[in-house]
Design a protein around this ligand. Structure first.
Ligand code: ATR
Length: 281
């Protein structure tokens, strides 16, 4: 029951009404029986600084930040975690007695998802990342944290964007741009889609022009979770590869944020089924 001492967590974005985060977090809150509530706020870009001031004034304990505010919100916070600084985006704010701390839990979510669902404790030496947008930043950061990854090939429609991303984040010359030769594809064991190609309602599209590069020993990760099985995943399975969707990344980034706000470990099973129910609606 919400009462006079209920602690408030929110998500700000624009648009935000279709976010699955309130369903996911409130299910975990209810499961633990703790006195929190999670709500969504649509905040326009020109109202962002006021929203953050509001968070302070109201004593909200935490916030998620989503598109298009993940980068611009950083200037209004007191401390940025080293991870969020390196990624260049904040998706989680913790209000630590009036001090607002910006974190990024997306890279953690990605890492945890491929470790648990993709069963990859150790990453392969060659990886292909499709896309160079906001989601690609945290994935690239997670990949660069792993010393066993020697080559990350970024393929993006707008080459300037992948060039900028590589220049900013790759300090050790491990990121490659542009098309891969046949021999280079042969050593790729992990293929990640971070583009929005294949996202509902564009379900018939695939971000990969030539499916025949998929091999049975590949792990194909699509960070899309609507639909739960994208065209890319369908193709991957046809070629005998293992394919995972973005549900795990969504849940694990949320689980980490939940821990940061409440100090409690949420049930990822409860969170996952809450999202699945949300997607069915
Ligand atoms: P997000 O925050 O979800 O990553 P984003 O920052 O807008 O969203 O990035 C979307 C990614 O999908 C980009 O890599 C984008 O390519 P561009 O950099 O060329 O824009 C990619 N993308 C979106 N629509 C695409 C399409 N029709 N074909 C190829 N790539 C596409």
């Amino acid at each position: 029951m919400i009462n006079g001492s209920t602690k408030v967590i929110g998500v700000i974005g624009d648009p935000v009404e279709h976010t699955a985060s309130p369903t996911m977090h409130n299910a975990a809150i209810q499961d633990l029986g703790i006195d929190y509530v999670y709500v969504a706020f649509r905040v326009r870009g020109d109202e962002l600084s006021k929203a953050i001031e509001g968070m302070r004034a109201l004593g909200m304990v935490g916030m998620n930040v989503t598109v298009p505010h993940k980068k611009s919100v950083m200037q209004y916070l007191d401390v940025i975690s080293p991870e969020a600084k390196a990624i260049g985006a904040v998706n989680t704010i913790v209000n630590n007695n009036g001090k607002l701390i910006g974190h990024n839990t997306d890279a953690y979510g990605f890492d945890k998802s491929i470790y648990l669902e993709g069963r990859l404790a150790k990453l392969p030496s060659a990886v292909v990342l499709l896309g160079a947008g906001g989601a690609a930043r945290s994935i690239l950061y997670a990949l660069l944290q792993r010393p066993e990854v020697e080559r990350i090939h970024i393929i993006n429609r707008t080459v300037k964007k992948s060039e900028a991303l590589a220049n900013e984040m790759d300090k050790k010359g491990r990121v490659y741009l542009g098309p891969l030769s046949e021999g280079e594809w042969d050593s790729v064991e992990l293929l990640i889609n971070s583009t929005s190609v294949g996202l509902f309602p564009d379900v018939a599209s695939s971000p990969l022009r030539n499916d025949s590069i998929i091999r049975p020993d590949m792990l194909v990760v699509d960070i899309i979770y609507k639909p739960l099985k994208t065209q890319l995943m369908i193709k991957a399975e046809e070629y005998g590869a293992t394919a995972i969707n973005g549900l795990g990344m969504l849940v694990w980034q949320g689980a980490r944020a939940f821990e940061l706000w409440t100090g409690n470990q949420p049930s990822v099973e409860i969170m996952t089924s809450a999202i699945l129910r949300n997607l069915e609606q």
